[in-house]
Design a protein around this ligand. Structure first.
Ligand SMILES: [Fe+2]
Ligand SMILES: [Fe+2]
Length: 266
């Protein structure tokens, strides 16, 4: 048994995935008939619905006329975009309560960066890009739940220049990528999503190196200061050079800020 498995077995309060996400993901797997059903599920959760509609009507999506129902949003945005919005809104309480504002902001930025970059470079399977970016650090939630003060120590080590994976390994005997992967499996997330979570700090170890490199790069860009990244690998996997990437980052931050302020307003 690896240490991550050991640890996840010991955590009593593993967060359940919010019910509406489970249903939303399940319906999407079923395809076609899902639209009506998803609208119906949302109708039972008024608070969530109003948050979703607020986001749909924000500058981020830029619709000229007001969208007043989830089914209308589905018709205009399509299933995967609507699902991205639902996941973002439904996960917010869990992310902010355990990871704080920083984690929430970083996750949103990474989601926007993944979606943006997936649009610029041709990699397989990008409809999930936003959600992958949004959930990439979900393992940090578990490490936080497991031991808040130990995780605080990790953060201090990272502030002092230590690599996050090394710091977590030394404090927890595992890291957020490995344990996030196990959580993704428990939550029955897709293989692609689980894989990106596991390898986002070591993309070439993944069997899907392109999309994982995309998440790796998005993560680097999603910090307040751009984290150092392997430019040669990024060029090889995604065909992007540093100048291009830095220009993209400007736009990514702007888009993320508009999303952030919409989601934080009420
Ligand atoms: Fe990470
Ligand atoms: Fe991250």
């Amino acid at each position: 048994m690896t240490n991550a498995e050991d640890l996840i077995d010991k955590i009593k309060d593993i967060p359940a995935m919010p019910n509406v996400i489970v249903k939303a993901l399940g319906i999407i797997k079923d395809g076609q008939s899902g639209t009506k059903e998803l609208g119906e599920i949302m109708a039972y959760d008024q608070a969530l619905t109003s948050q979703v509609l607020k986001l749909v009507n924000s500058a981020y999506y830029g619709f000229a006329q007001e969208i007043t129902s989830v089914s209308k949003a589905l018709a205009l945005l399509g299933m995967s975009q609507t699902r991205n919005i639902i996941i973002t809104v439904a996960m917010k309480p869990m992310l902010t309560s355990t990871g704080g504002r920083e984690m929430w902001k970083h996750s949103l930025r990474c989601a926007v960066a993944c979606e943006y970059l997936a649009d610029k470079v041709v990699v397989a399977d990008t409809s999930d890009a936003f959600t992958i970016g949004f959930l990439h650090d979900i393992g940090k939630i578990l490490l936080n739940i497991c031991n808040v003060s130990a995780y605080h120590r990790v953060k201090e080590m990272v502030k002092n220049g230590e690599d996050v994976i090394d710091a977590e390994n030394s404090v927890f005997m595992t890291n957020h990528a490995d344990i996030g992967f196990l959580l993704a499996k428990k939550w029955k997330l897709s293989v692609l999503l689980a894989n990106c979570i596991k390898y986002h700090h070591d993309p070439l170890a993944s069997s899907m190196p392109e999309i994982t490199t995309l998440v790796y790069l998005a993560n680097a860009l999603a910090h307040d200061e751009v984290a150092p990244f392997d430019e040669k690998m990024v060029k090889e996997q995604l065909g992007l050079d540093k100048n291009e990437i830095m220009a993209y980052r400007e736009e990514i931050l702007e888009r993320a800020n508009s999303l952030f302020s919409t989601l934080n307003a009420g």
